[in-house]
Design a protein around this ligand. Structure first.
Ligand code: TXA
Ligand code: MG
Length: 319
């Protein structure tokens, strides 16, 4: 089968990953820039392709739960419960690492981020390569994560080969929990798996804290991240939208309620948080590529179901 470059078949990807090359692969959250964790050359290439500082460590992706003991030295009982409940899926654990995980992957930290993804193609690729795949989101550092194969192509052009796994069903990055303490844990990055869902599983085993025990290098914790290139304004009501329109006439509006008659482009956003998350990065990319000067996005409801989306929007619109 021949498909146009930069797209490659899963079989070609397996060969490339085994040979220590970097390949963009689908997951259910966002596309990842993947490398075999045992290839220092490929891991270094991930950082240089993304322009990512080496102090921002990578998530390693495994294909089966049993493999985790090779890479995590200790797994608290509450974390095991969470794995049983939410893996395979969009949940990442920070755990003490074993010596099989190199300092290059963890940015010199004694902990490693591990996830068992749900996308069948991701798991097939990991199993076939025979080693975990380190994969950050397949975008330049600080930019919007890719949720479609063409987004990866727009980020890296012909520099990276891509396995097409369709549109990501979750659409925002995994929830990250710091599970290094035996009885307390912290959410480092909000995601599709909510605080309430985590708490429901762990309440008898551990305390879910609001602040980290140790400040960790999580790019999701940077003030500005997940951002389009154009200026992004968030408006809460018509009065705030009008204020934006007084200084910017050529705007693209992403709305939940009625469209804006003065906008050059209107994009309607889904009113359900799950569908919204799936659409968000794609619509921000569409707005970013338009000939509008700025983007104005209507704030979603202040409700726990929208927490991860509010987190991304706050960072995407930060100065
Ligand atoms: O959904 C996802 O998590 C996607 C897909 C591809 O799996 N990956 C992803 O990776 O979002 P990335 O690199 O864009 O974000 C991973 C975050 C970074 O903010 C990184 O700093 C943090 O995880 N991280 C990785 N290892 C860590 C560690 N040992 N301690 C603390 N934070 C860590
Ligand atoms: Mg990222």
């Amino acid at each position: 089968m021949t498909i146009p470059l930069p797209f490659i078949t899963p079989e070609e990807a397996i060969t490339a990953l085994r040979a220590g090359e970097v390949v963009a692969i689908p997951t259910e959250t966002v596309y990842g820039l993947a490398a075999n964790i045992h290839s220092d050359q490929a891991i270094n290439k991930i950082f240089s392709l993304k322009n990512r500082p080496h102090t921002h460590p990578l998530i390693i992706h495994i294909a089966n739960l049993e493999e985790i003991t090779h890479y995590a030295k200790y797994i608290p009982p509450y974390a095991k419960r969470l794995m049983q409940a939410f893996w395979p899926g969009p949940l990442t654990f920070i755990l003490p690492k074993t010596e099989r995980v190199s300092d290059l992957v963890t940015g010199g930290q004694e902990t490693v981020a591990i996830r068992l993804p749900a996308h069948p193609l991701t798991r097939y690729l990991i199993s076939a390569v025979g080693h975990p795949l380190a994969a950050p989101s397949a975008n330049k550092f600080g930019h919007l994560s890719p949720t479609r194969p063409e987004h990866v192509e727009a980020e890296f052009h012909s520099q990276v080969r891509i396995v097409d796994g369709g549109i990501c069903t979750v659409g925002i990055e995994s929830t990250i929990v710091d599970a290094t303490h035996p009885e307390h844990y912290v959410i480092l990055r909000e995601g599709h798996i909510s605080k309430a869902q985590l708490h429901a599983i762990t309440h008898s085993l551990a305390t879910l804290r609001d602040t980290p025990l140790i400040e960790r290098a999580v790019s999701g914790r940077l003030k500005k991240h997940y951002a389009p290139r154009k200026k992004l304004f968030i408006f809460n009501n018509v009065a705030e939208l009008k204020t934006i329109l007084t200084t910017h006439s050529n705007i693209c509006v992403l709305h939940l309620g009625p469209p804006c008659s003065q906008a050059r482009i209107n994009i309607v956003m889904p009113t359900d948080p799950t569908q919204y998350a799936k659409a968000l990065y794609h619509q921000l990319r569409v707005a970013d590529q338009s000939n509008c000067e700025v983007i104005a996005l209507e704030a979603p409801p202040q409700d726990p179901a929208w927490l991860a989306i509010h987190d991304r929007l706050t960072k995407a619109s930060a100065l």
